[in-house]
Ligand binder design. Structure first.
Ligand code: CP3
Length: 343
């Protein structure tokens, strides 16, 4: 049976666009909070297939979305490379920051796929429990975004450490990026082998890079990942998400070889229709805060996005992930609105 999301990512135009939401599983769902309370910590949750399968399926049962995204995290990659990751309540991810370029030598790509077997088991389990027309998405973080967490030791405000390293020691930094290209490519291929039918590469911090650095550290590594994955898995569509890249979305879509581009909420949809949709499927881009607001403002904003992008290949999504304070009813109303059942 054909799946609307996959067809849309390959360029088919629909009257009613397929819809899924970044971070569609998570703390805004009471059933997620209940499940989460049983796990020792967040990574243990991600590495326990039964729990990851259940978390992945929760939003599908509740909202009937067109795609499930495997419940995992981008930071399983540094964790599997030998840089342990912890999630601290209210603080987000915490890693022991790479002190200097020599610390890269202690990391290893060899064991990544072996250590992430629980993620592949979860994918296979989800695939078995998914309605026939719902697609399964695998994902990874882009090398630049992963490097920011690895070098800063967690989230950052100004990215001073990682940028100084990238600007001042290009060759040393390139070694880290090359390792991440290898690790993420292998992880994406293994996810396809386990059942993923589409892939998304999250470059959440791409927008903090100036022009030339964006080419070097976002476009180039992602282009290599796309080439490698396509060599092994030619039919599997890949979505790129260079968050907050502004006008650089255009060269990103042209150069990387992605099949689809996820746009953040700051991108004007009429510009995206002209500049991006000629080359790729466009996915986006409702402001996640609109989903907290709900009601008429949300529905008007969703319809405006559809009106501008629905002439071409289009997947409805948010501009970034669902926020923890989102009322689940608003998500149901958004899905109805995009499918026009509540007009
Ligand atoms: O439903 C889905 O979209 C699948 C699951 C998913 C998670 N993280 C689960 C998660 C996905 C696709 C991600 C990607 C991810 N993780 C990104 C890229 C997307 C983005 O938001 O830009 C990034 C940067 C991360 C790193 C990360 N993971 C951070 C910064 C945090 C802490 C933030 C917070 O809200 O606490 C996480 C933890 C995390 N990953 C949670 C979830 C549901 C919340 C932790 C919890 O439930 O205790």
């Amino acid at each position: 049976m054909s799946k609307p999301l996959i067809e849309a990512l390959k360029g088919e135009v629909f009257d009613v666009p397929p819809i899924w939401l970044m971070r569609q599983a998570g703390r805004y769902l009471p059933e997620y909070r209940e499940l989460r309370s049983k796990a020792r910590d967040f990574l243990h949750f991600c590495y326990t297939p039964d729990m990851a399968i259940e978390a992945t399926l929760q939003p599908i049962r509740r909202f009937g979305l067109d795609a499930a995204i495997i419940f995992s995290d981008i930071l399983v990659i540094p964790d599997a490379m030998g840089q342990p990751v912890a999630f601290k309540e209210g603080k987000g991810p915490v890693l022991e920051a790479l002190a200097d370029p020599s610390a890269v030598g202690k990391l290893s790509v060899n064991a990544v796929v072996e250590r992430l077997v629980p993620v592949y088991e979860a994918l296979a389990g989800v695939k078995a429990g998914l309605p026939q027309d719902v697609a399964l998405i695998g994902f990874c973080g882009a090398p630049w975004t992963l490097a920011t967490y690895m070098v800063e030791g967690g989230s950052s405000k100004d990215f001073a450490r990682v940028k100084s390293w990238a600007y001042g020691d290009r060759e040393g930094f390139q070694k880290l990026i090359d390792m991440l290209v290898e690790a993420t490519s292998a992880h994406l291929v293994a996810q396809v082998e386990a059942g993923a039918e589409a892939l998304q590469i999250f470059d959440s911090w791409a927008g903090v890079l100036p022009d030339k650095a964006f080419w070097d550290w976002s476009i180039k590594p992602i282009k290599t990942i796309v080439e490698r994955v396509k060599a092994t898995c030619p039919g599997v569509p890949i979505i790129g998400f260079p968050n907050r890249a502004g006008v650089l979305y255009e060269p990103f879509t042209r150069e990387t070889g992605v099949d689809a581009i996820s746009i953040d909420a700051s991108v004007p949809c009429d510009w995206a229709a002209r500049a991006l949709q000629r080359n790729v499927t466009v996915q986006g881009n409702l402001d996640p805060v609109m989903l907290i607001t709900g009601g008429k403002p949300m529905e008007e904003a969703a319809r405006a996005i559809c009106a501008k992008l629905n002439e071409g290949a289009f997947v409805f999504n948010l501009g970034h992930g669902v926020l923890p304070s989102t009322p689940p009813d608003h998500v149901a109303a958004l899905v109805d609105c995009v499918r026009d059942k509540s007009a």
